[in-house]
Design a protein around this ligand. Structure first.
Ligand SMILES: *Cc1c(COP(=O)(O)O)cnc(C)c1O
Length: 404
C-alpha cells in the first residue's frame, strides 16, 4: 500500500486543519501506544499475511466489481457496483474489525470494547471477537438497544456483552462516552475498536488503511474490465466515512477521478431533520478530532436524522471534512425518499437489495452529469436485509411492474 501525498494524513495526524487527537489526558498512554506501533505492526509480514488470508477466506474477498447493465442503460453511463454487500456480515465494516482484532492481538490485548449505534459495528466487532476468542463488551444507548433488537440478539449469540447506556439521550454519543470511560479505566489490557474513520489520530488513518483494500481491488478489477485502472466517477455514502475513505484511498491524488460523497439529507437539508454534515456543519471537536459537525450557536451538537441508521452521525471523519473543504470531493445530498426510490430501482433492475446507506450513494447517479461511455463506480457498502422493515412499509408506493 502506498502513502499518497496531499489528501492523506500528515505526521501529526491532520488532514489540512482537521483531525488530530483532542483527548483527555488520562487517554494519552492508550493513544500513544497505538500511535507509536500501528504502522510497524500493520506492515509487518505476519500481520499482512494473516490479514490477507482472513480477508480472503473469512470475509470472502475480493468482492466482485459488477458491471450493472440494466442500471447502466437506465442512467446512460457505465455503472459498476463494488459489492461490499457480499462480505461476511453484510457490509464493509468487517474489513476494519478484522484488521483491528489482529492489531489487538499483536498488542497483547485480551479485552475488546466498542460502541455501536444501529448495532452494525457492534455485530462486526462481536464477530471478530468470537473468531479470536477475546472478551467483547459493546456499549449501546438504551434507546438503540430497544430499537435494534435483531442486532442485539446477534451480538449476544456471538458471545458479546451488550451494556445498555442510560445517560443523556441514550444513543450513540452516550455509548461513546461510556466506551471512552471504560478505556480510561482499563488502559493496559483493553483495545477500543472504533468503527469508522472518526476519533482521535491514529484511528481515522488506521481505519482508512484497513478499508483501502476496497480501492486496491477496484484498480485491478477496473483495469481488467475497462482497460483503465480508474473510473471517471467514484461514488460513496458518508456516515463517518469509512467505506468512502477505503474506496477513495488509492485515487486520492488521481485528478482523473471525480470523488462524489453522498450525505443523508433526511427530510431535506433545510428541514431541521437531516444528517448533511458538511453542508450544515461548522468546525468543532467531536470524539477527539477536529472536523465538521452539526452544532448550534452554543456549540451544542445537533441531533442528526436520517432514515438510514448508519448515516445519522452529527460529524464526518476528518479526511472527509478536508476532502469537502479543499474541493477534492463533491458533496451530494440525498433525501430519505430519494434513497428509497434508488433502493427499489436497483432491486427491480438488478435483483440486488441494497442497504439504505448504500441506496443514498445509488441515488446520486440521478444527479451526476456523465456521458454514456464514462465509467462510474458506486461503492455498494452493504446489503438490505437489515432494512426490510423500512422497505416493506413502502412497498405499495412501488408497484411491481417496472416502467423503463
Ligand atoms: C455503517 C454503514 C455505513 C456508514 O459508515 P461509514 O463509516 O460512513 O462507511 C454505510 N453503509 C453501510 C452498509 C453501513 O453498515
Amino acid at each position: 500500500m502506498k502513502d499518497s501525498g496531499t489528501y492523506n494524513v500528515d505526521r501529526e495526524g491532520f488532514y489540512g486543519p482537521y483531525g488530530g487527537a483532542f483527548i483527555p489526558e488520562m487517554l494519552y498512554p492508550n493513544i500513544r501506544e497505538l500511535e507509536e506501533r500501528y504502522l510497524e505492526i500493520i506492515y509487518s509480514e505476519t500481520f499482512q499475511s494473516d490479514f490477507k488470508s482472513l480477508l480472503m477466506d473469512y470475509v470472502g474477498r475480493p468482492t466482485p466489481l459488477y458491471h450493472a447493465k440494466r442500471l447502466s442503460e437506465h442512467f446512460r453511463g457505465q455503472v459498476f457496483l463494488k459489492r461490499e454487500d457480499l462480505n461476511h456480515t453484510g457490509a464493509h465494516k468487517i474489513n476494519n474489525t478484522v484488521g483491528q482484532i489482529l492489531l489487538a492481538q499483536h498488542l497483547g490485548k485480551r479485552r475488546i470494547i466498542a460502541e455501536t449505534g444501529a448495532g452494525q459495528h457492534g455485530v462486526a466487532t462481536a464477530t471478530v471477537c468470537a473468531l479470536a476468542g477475546l472478551e467483547c463488551i459493546v456499549y449501546m444507548g438504551a434507546l438503540d438497544v430497544a430499537r435494534q433488537s435483531p442486532n442485539v440478539h446477534k451480538m449476544k449469540m456471538l458471545g458479546a456483552e451488550v451494556r445498555s447506556v442510560h445517560s443523556g439521550n441514550k444513543t450513540l454519543k452516550d455509548a461513546t462516552n461510556e466506551a471512552i470511560r471504560d478505556w480510561i479505566n482499563h488502559p493496559v489490557d483493553t483495545h477500543y475498536i472504533i468503527g469508522s474513520v472518526v476519533g482521535p489520530h491514529p484511528y481515522p488513518d488506521m481505519v482508512t488503511r484497513f478499508q483501502s483494500v476496497i480501492s486496491e481491488e477496484m484498480k485491478s478489477q477496473l483495469l481488467e474490465k475497462t482497460g483503465r485502472d480508474h473510473p471517471d466517477y467514484l461514488v460513496a455514502c458518508v456516515g463517518g466515512g469509512s467505506n468512502a475513505a477505503g474506496a477513495y484511498y488509492h485515487y486520492l491524488d488521481d485528478a482523473r477521478v471525480k470523488l462524489i460523497s453522498v450525505e443523508a439529507a433526511g427530510h431535506g437539508v433545510d428541514s431541521g431533520e437531516s444528517a448533511a454534515t458538511t453542508t450544515l456543519g461548522s468546525d468543532g471537536i467531536i470524539h477527539g478530532s477536529r472536523t465538521l459537525l452539526m452544532q448550534d450557536a452554543d456549540g451544542q451538537i445537533t441531533e442528526p436524522y436520517s432514515i438510514s441508521a448508519g448515516l445519522d452521525y452529527p460529524g464526518v471523519g476528518p479526511i472527509h471534512a478536508w476532502l469537502a473543504k479543499s474541493g477534492r470531493a463533491s458533496m451530494v445530498n440525498v433525501e430519505d425518499k430519494e434513497a428509497l426510490e434508488a433502493a427499489f430501482l436497483l432491486t427491480r433492475l438488478e435483483g440486488i437489495i441494497p442497504a439504505l446507506e448504500s441506496a443514498h450513494a445509488l441515488a446520486a447517479l440521478a444527479k451526476l452529469d456523465f456521458g454514456p461511455e464514462q465509467n462510474i463506480v458506486v461503492n455498494l457498502s452493504g446489503r438490505g436485509d437489515k432494512d426490510m422493515e423500512a422497505y416493506s412499509s413502502h412497498l405499495q408506493e412501488y408497484p411491481n411492474n417496472t416502467e423503463e
